[in-house]
Design a protein around this ligand. Structure first.
Ligand SMILES: C[S@@+](CC[C@H](N)C(=O)[O-])C[C@H]1O[C@@H](n2cnc3c(N)ncnc32)[C@H](O)[C@@H]1O
Length: 212
C-alpha cells in the first residue's frame, strides 16, 4: 500500500473549553503549521526522522499530528507554561502518540541532544518587551519587539540542537520581518525555503523551513 500523503488532525474532544483560558487554543496558525508539515511529508519521510521536538507545544496538536504521521519517531515537546505541558501530554495520549513533554524555556536543558526535526509556532505578536517572557497564557502570543524576542533566542540555539541533516520549521507573520530571520539563519549556515503562506484576516502567516 502506498504511504499516506496526508497528515491527520488529532482528536481534541478530551479538552475542556475552559482549559483554553490557560493554554493556547489551536487556531489558524497551528493548522497552517500542520499543513506545512503535510506539504513536506514526502521530504520528511525520505529523511526518516527518529528524534523530533516541538518548542512551545501549547495544546500539543502540532506535535501529536507529527507523531501520528511518524509513529516510529521519538517526540519531545517543551513549553514554558506548565499547563500547556499537561495538555500536550493528554492530547498525545488521547491520540495514542508517545510524547515526552518538558516544562522548560525553549531548548535550554537538553545536553548533547540533536534533533532531526524542530518545529516552532512562537509567540509572534508585536508587543512591548515587558509583556514578553511570562509563563502563562500571555506567553502564547506576546513576542516583544518585532514579535521576535522569543524567536530570536531560539534561532541562536538551532545550530547546537539541530542535527546536521535536520530541518527546522518556523511559523512567522509579516510583522516579524521574515527576511531578517532568513539572513540570521544564513549567517548560521542554513538555507531557507518558504513552505506555505496564508492570509488570515489581516495577518499574513507563513512557514519557513531551514536546513543545511
Ligand atoms: C502561538 S502558541 C503555539 C502553541 C501550539 N504550538 C500551536 O501551534 O497551537 C506559542 C506557545 O509557545 C509557548 N512559549 C512561549 N515562550 C516560550 C519559551 N520561552 N519556551 C517554551 N515555550 C514557550 C507558549 O506557552 C505557547 O504554548
Amino acid at each position: 500500500m502506498a504511504a499516506s500523503t496526508k497528515m491527520k488532525t488529532p482528536y481534541q474532544n478530551h479538552i475542556d473549553k475552559a482549559d483554553f483560558d490557560h493554554v493556547y487554543e489551536p487556531a489558524e496558525d497551528s493548522f497552517l503549521l500542520i499543513d506545512a508539515l503535510e506539504k513536506d511529508l514526502h521530504y520528511l519521510k525520505v529523511k526518516n526522522p527518529t528524534f523530533c521536538l516541538e518548542v512551545g507545544s501549547g495544546s500539543g496538536v502540532v506535535i501529536t499530528a507529527f507523531g501520528m504521521a511518524f509513529p516510529n519517531t521519538f517526540c519531545i515537546s517543551t513549553d514554558i507554561n506548565f499547563k500547556a505541558c499537561e495538555m500536550s501530554a493528554t492530547t498525545a495520549n488521547y491520540n495514542n502518540v508517545l510524547l515526552e513533554p518538558v516544562n522548560m524555556d525553549l531548548i535550554s536543558f537538553f545536553v548533547d541532544k540533536k534533533f532531526d526535526v524542530i518545529i516552532f509556532n512562537p509567540p509572534y505578536v508585536v508587543t512591548k518587551t515587558e509583556e514578553c517572557g511570562g509563563t502563562d497564557i500571555v506567553a502564547s502570543w506576546a513576542g516583544g519587539v518585532k514579535g521576535r524576542e522569543v524567536t530570536d533566542r531560539l534561532l541562536n540555539m538551532i545550530p547546537k540542537k539541530l542535527a546536521e541533516d535536520g530541518t527546522f520549521y518556523l511559523l512567522l507573520i509579516e510583522e516579524n520581518i521574515p527576511n531578517e530571520v532568513v539572513e540570521i539563519m544564513k549567517i548560521y549556515g542554513y538555507k531557507s525555503e518558504l513552505v506555505i503562506k496564508r492570509r488570515v484576516r489581516n495577518e499574513h502567516q507563513l512557514v519557513l523551513k531551514f536546513y543545511k
